[in-house]
Structures are given as structure tokens and as C-alpha cells.
Design a protein around this ligand. Sequence first.
Ligand SMILES: Nc1ncnc2c1ncn2[C@@H]1O[C@H](COP(=O)(O)OP(=O)(O)OP(=O)(O)O)[C@@H](O)[C@H]1O
Ligand SMILES: [Mg+2]
Length: 165
Amino acid sequence: MEKLDQRIQLVASREFNDLVDQWRRAQSDLPSRSEAIRRLVHYGLQYDQEFPMRMITAIIRPHKYDELRDALVALGIEGITKTQVAGFGRQRGQTEIYRGREYEVTDVPKLRIDVAVPSGMVDKALAEIEKVTHTGKIGDGKIFVTPLERVIRIRTGEQNENALD
Ligand SMILES: Nc1ncnc2c1ncn2[C@@H]1O[C@H](COP(=O)(O)OP(=O)(O)OP(=O)(O)O)[C@@H](O)[C@H]1O
Ligand SMILES: [Mg+2]
């Protein structure tokens, strides 16, 4: 049995406490809020160990690529995969091209950028991608973030964060 003899003080908002309590009630075996917070922290640490990196996939306007590449390189990102893709969002490609009949779905050319980053870099990278690719008009694109379990640099066999720098 783990010895619980270290006291920490935690100041939280009512919203935070409500969320914790809501989750705790759904667990059936958590008698206290402290117990719930300990378990949630444990889950968080476990998740980070399991997925130490993230794959950031951004669908962007093609003309934004050069600026985005330079911005990401300046952040210390050492590799990018770029793919020419086409697709549609909630306007079904229509408002972006002005031709084509109503209800017709049209694919619009976009660039897909895949960047694998250590999880500690995700927020910085996302902020940069948003800053560079945002115009405010429909069709600016989307960013998808997925947990990344493993990366291997083929030449050296290096793994994970070592394979990213
Ligand atoms: N749910 C989705 N799943 C996968 N790809 C998507 C999805 N939504 C958009 N995309 C891709 O992103 C591209 C750009 O989407 P777009 O920016 O038009 O999204 P949106 O949701 O319609 O937002 P907006 O209203 O700003 O246009 C699409 O051409 C498509 O390739
Ligand atoms: Mg759209």
C-alpha cells in the first residue's frame, strides 16, 4: 500500500471541482475528491509515458506552406512531410470556388502537413501553425492532433524523441 504522507495544497475553481466530482461519481470506487485527483494525475502521467509524442496533421491553403515551413524550422522542428491533397469541409467546397451547382460537392486542392513533435512542443507548434495559416475566411483548413506511440530513425535505429531531434 502506497504511503500517503505528503500533503499538498491545491487551489481550484468551482468548475474544476465540479468536473472532478462528476467524474468521481461515475467511477463507483472513489470515496473522496483527493482520491479522484490522485487517480486522474496517475492517468495523465501514464498517458504521457505511453504517447510521448504527437502527430500534428494540418490541412492548409497551399500558398501558406513556405511561410509555415520557415516558422516551424525556426521553432526547432527537424522534419515535415508535405502531401498534395484535395477535400472539402462543411461548405462542401462550394463557397470557395463559386461555380458548380447547389448541393454538388467539390474537392478543393489543399496541402497536408504532417509533423511529429515531442508532446512538450505541441502547444507552441499549434500556435505557430494557427498564426501563419489563419486568414479568417472559410477554407482556412483544420489541424488534427493524434497521440504518437513510436518513431524510429531508420539509419541509426534511434527511437522516439531521439529520432526527432
Ligand atoms: N472533418 C474533417 N475530416 C477530414 N478532413 C477535413 C475535415 N474537415 C475539413 N477537412 C479538410 O480540411 C480542408 C479545409 O477544410 P475547411 O477549412 O473548409 O473546414 P471547414 O470545417 O469547412 O471550416 P470553414 O468553415 O472555416 O471553411 C478540406 O478541404 C478537407 O481536406
Ligand atoms: Mg470550409
